[in-house]
Write a protein that binds this ligand. Structure first.
Ligand code: ADP
Length: 407
């Protein structure tokens, strides 16, 4: 048990480190992808700008050819007056540009500072907005796609890690509990056996007064009860795990039966030691149950109320109907349970605290068995507590059946 904390924290550190590395890696990948798509957008924008510059060049060269060149005499398109040919109209130039550079527009007023004035200042060359808008849209799409893919990747891998981590933690936890269980069982077996040996030797080697014999007999009975309970629990757990825990269900009226189990337990633990108070409804409540198995449930809950409370104990057993169900509650004013331990107390071998802090002997099987048996009866069990030191309550809910005579 001593190596429990470091093992779990090492696991946590590895898990956090891997998650961090993964997130950095994916963040870096997203960044690279976004930069790449930015570069692509820039390259395309430059290509468009270059086509506009080329258009300007084409138009300017054409103009210069008209100004300085000798027009073909056979051509009827432009007569020569002095040194100048008749210039082509703006419409003709626009058509010529548009044919070669479909993304370049000839406009009379510039819409952006980048628009270039034609050589004669008659118009300006602008770029069509659609290709740039399309490029920008494409870029945002690719950024969005990369970001969602990255987020999905991180989520998927982290989910996998969480699953592995949980599985490993569970296995580790079970191993540690199992190791703890072995030493607890050894201790639980050895203590009453050692004590029985001492009492047997005392009985056979000494002359004792009747009163002393009687006291030793009741102590031996307690040891035998302890052994009997432990062996019974071990056998039941083994049966529950192998699926061979057979229940003999029969209609059972809870009130008289429960009163009997509580009285027997009170007697076994020492009359009045539980500080038992029974709070039963007067309404007859019937369930379909195996009295012996259900007895194990109540005995384990009462035994815990005894073990995990200091004197003077106050244990209350409540029996009441709740719609279609019956509620059986065993509550005490003992050590109580921390919120995080409430669902874990039903795990096999689970015991609160560690070897250093535990003062009460036990195996961590009692509540596991309580849950197994209750579930097999079609019911459920829940632990509640107002916190450590404030007592706890165990609520067993069983499906109610009508009184056999009324059925
Ligand atoms: P065991 O009593 O043999 O240890 P259980 O399965 O009966 O095993 O109980 C598991 C753990 O739950 C106990 O070790 C104890 O820490 C806690 N527990 C059970 N019942 C109570 C109770 N009434 N009050 C406080 N803690 C309890």
């Amino acid at each position: 048990m001593a190596n429990r904390a470091p093992t779990f924290s090492t696991q946590r550190i590895i898990f956090l480190a891997v998650s961090l590395l993964l997130s950095i890696q994916v963040g870096w990948w997203i960044n690279v992808q976004i930069r790449e798509s930015g570069r692509l957008l820039q390259a395309r924008a430059e290509a468009l700008n270059a086509s506009r510059a080329e258009a300007w060049q084409l138009d300017s060269l054409g103009m210069l050819a008209f100004i300085h060149g000798r027009p073909d005499p056979s051509s009827r398109s432009g007569a020569v007056e002095g040194r100048f040919a008749t210039l082509p109209s703006l419409e003709q130039r626009r058509e010529a540009i548009h044919r070669r550079f479909p993304h370049v527009l000839v406009v009379t007023t510039p819409s952006t500072p980048d628009d270039i004035a034609l050589l004669d200042g008659a118009a300006f060359l602008a770029l069509r907005p659609e290709p740039m808008l399309e490029l920008r849209n494409q870029r945002w799409h690719s950024v969005f796609r990369v970001a969602t893919e990255g987020a999905f990747m991180v989520a998927a891998v982290l989910f996998g890690f969480v699953m592995i981590y949980r599985k490993l933690s569970e296995e580790l936890d079970l191993k540690l509990r199992q190791r703890n269980f072995t030493s607890a069982v050894t201790h639980e077996l050895k203590t009453p056996i050692a004590s029985l040996r001492v009492w047997t030797e005392t009985l056979f080697t000494r002359t004792l007064a009747d009163e002393q014999r009687e006291r030793i007999r009741s102590l031996m009975e307690k040891d035998l009860d302890r052994l009997n309970e432990l062996v019974g629990n071990l056998l039941d757990v083994a049966r529950a795990e192998s699926g061979s825990l057979v229940l003999h269900l029969e209609p059972l009226e809870l009130e008289p039966w429960l009163r009997g189990v509580c009285d027997a337990m009170d007697h076994r633990l020492g009359a009045g030691a539980l500080g038992l108070r029974l709070d039963f409804t007067t309404e007859p409540l019937w369930v379909n149950a195996d009295p012996k198995a259900l007895g194990v449930v109540v005995e384990n809950l009462l035994s815990n109320a005894y073990k995990y409370a200091a004197e003077p104990r106050q244990t209350t057993v409540t029996l009441d109907g709740d719609g279609e169900d019956v509620l059986l509650v065993v509550s005490d004013l003992g050590h109580g349970l921390a919120h995080k331990d409430l669902p874990r107390v039903f795990h096999r071998f689970f015991r609160v605290g560690d070897e250093m802090t535990r003062q009460v002997a036990g195996t961590g099987l009692g509540l596991f068995l309580v849950k197994e048996i209750t579930t097999r009866h079609g019911g459920e069990v829940r632990a509640s507590s107002r916190g450590a030191g404030l007592g706890s309550a165990f609520t067993v809910r069983l499906p109610r059946i009508p009184r056999p005579e009324d059925a």
